[in-house]
Design a protein around this ligand. Structure first.
Ligand code: NAD
Length: 439
């Protein structure tokens, strides 16, 4: 398959270029409603307002010093604080962090959470570092981004390669330097519950996605899929988002999880996989800490897994996974994008032509930032909500977001991604117009 057939163009490999293109295309749909003031607002939204690059040393276990580069990008201050996860991965750079911060601005508008968008990351390979090395890296990175973060300035959360542990360390570091800050725990979300974390935050991204999918099925928006019971599911990525969506869809909705993969490859079983057992295998049996080898199943490449027979495909790994050559062969009826930016624009057009219903990332995975908002509210108020209360509120937010995007989609005859962008941009314009431009 040629490069052109796989990707359409070189730009497709660049998530930042893709999201800017999608943004520009969406703006065209509201062009006639845009005056001079709004035009300036659109220009403002096209780029970040602050990009911080930090370079810092970390002492490794063998007493050598390694230098790391970290980033914190704040995309929009429609509301403060800005909000966005922290990613630890070998391919983290300013470009990807900027794209993810842009994504956060749009996502917060779609789900109506009063935060601006931001994102952070460190270029490192957590799989090749010890826990103590990672802890030292987290503490030093937290210190280096102090000029940007704070409970009312910018609030990090987990993303690829980070979780509760890192959020706990960032909170502790912040508190050490701000001992009198009354709500210091609101400096991060996704912390352990005993440090002020919210019940339900860990699984919120997946649960929010499940609520959106449930709503789409209920309203018969997915051709050929009238019920989630016994629907077959393939999940790409078996970390936070991937594991929990597999668990929730199988245990709470009666779906059959037929395919799972991690960065090393995938497994498929038409009869269904026991999600908890696969996790136990990956964590405690597999030497490579992979799903590969589970129950002697034939290992699959990523392409084979993504194009395996299923009703629901859930990309929950990373950006730029569903490219043109894969989209052509996808058999799913619906794609639930829990990862950020998993589908290229070129592939998206192919999916539309094939009439595959796509629940776009800025809608489908916004449950994470929603419960992060709940966590921040609880910290500010000194409260701890019950899990049922968190999930009830999450459900309401996700269903409302789905309805709002669907309305745009139906009124303007747009597919869901474009509709979500149009909704987010129109909403952002209104917020800035109401605030006015400083000074
Ligand atoms: P994670 O680190 O917990 O898990 C990532 C998983 O993807 C791992 O299983 C890893 O092995 C796998 N993976 C990595 N590269 C892969 C590849 N090329 N092919 C297949 N699998 C691969 O990360 P996460 O928090 O679950 O995040 C996954 C995606 O969801 C990311 O795009 C992230 O931005 C997005 N997301 C996460 C949250 C959240 O709250 N954690 C919220 C919104 C969006």
């Amino acid at each position: 398959m040629s490069f052109k057939e796989s990707y359409g163009s070189k730009e497709e490999l660049d998530f930042l270029k893709r999201i800017k293109l999608e943004f520009k295309e969406a703006v065209q749909f509201i062009d006639t409603e845009i005056g001079t003031v709004e035009r300036g607002v659109v220009d403002l939204l096209e780029g970040p307002f602050r990009q911080l690059i930090v370079r810092f040393p970390v002492e490794m276990d063998n007493s050598t010093i390694k230098i790391f580069t970290g980033y914190r990008v704040q995309h929009s201050r429609l509301y403060e604080p800005t909000k966005g996860g922290i990613r630890y991965a070998p391919d983290v750079d300013l470009n990807i962090v900027t794209a993810l911060a842009f994504d956060m601005t749009l996502k917060c508008r779609v789900v109506d959470v009063p935060f601006g968008g931001s994102k952070g990351g460190v270029r490192c390979d957590p799989k090749k570092m010890s826990q103590r090395e990672l802890d030292r890296l987290t503490r030093r990175y937290a210190y280096e981004i102090f000029p940007a973060i704070g409970p009312d300035a910018d609030v990090p959360a987990p993303d690829i390669g980070t979780g509760e542990r890192e959020m706990g360390i960032i909170y502790d570091t912040y508190k050490m330097f701000n001992p009198k800050s009354p709500h210091a725990e609101a400096v991060v979300t996704g912390k352990p519950v005993n440090l002020g974390g919210s019940h339900g935050r860990t699984e919120a991204t997946a649960l929010g996605g499940a609520y959106v999918l449930e709503e789409a099925v209920k309203r018969r928006h997915i051709e050929g899929l009238d019920s989630l019971k016994d629907a077959t599911v393939v999940v790409q990525g078996f970390g936070n988002a991937g594991f929990y969506i597999a668990k929730i869809l199988s245990e709470d909705y009666g779906c059959s999880i037929v395919g799972i993969c991690d960065s090393k490859g995938g497994i498929y079983n038409q009869e269904g996989l026991d999600v908890n057992d696969v996790l136990d295998f990956k964590q405690n049996v597999s030497k490579e800490k992979s799903v590969i080898g589970y129950n002697g199943l034939q290992p699959l490449t990523m392409e084979q897994l993504l194009t395996s027979p299923c009703d629901i495909l859930v990309p929950a790994a990373k950006e730029t996974q569903i490219i043109g050559s894969i989209a052509k062969n996808i058999e799913a009826k619906v794609i639930l994008e829990l990862a950020n930016g998993p589908t290229t624009n070129y592939a998206d057009k192919i999916l539309i032509d094939k009439n595959i219903y796509v629940l776009p990332d800025i809608l489908a995975n916004s449950g994470g930032v929603t419960v992060s908002y709940f966590e921040w509210l609880q910290n500010k108020a000194g409260e701890c909500w019950e899990l049922s209360q968190v999930n009830e509120r999450l459900h309401k937010k996700m269903v409302t977001a789905y309805q709002n995007v669907t309305k745009i989609s139906e009124d303007r005859e747009l597919h869901m991604r474009k509709a979500a962008f149009v909704f987010a941009i129109s909403n952002a314009i209104e917020v800035i117009k109401n605030r006015g431009i400083f000074p």
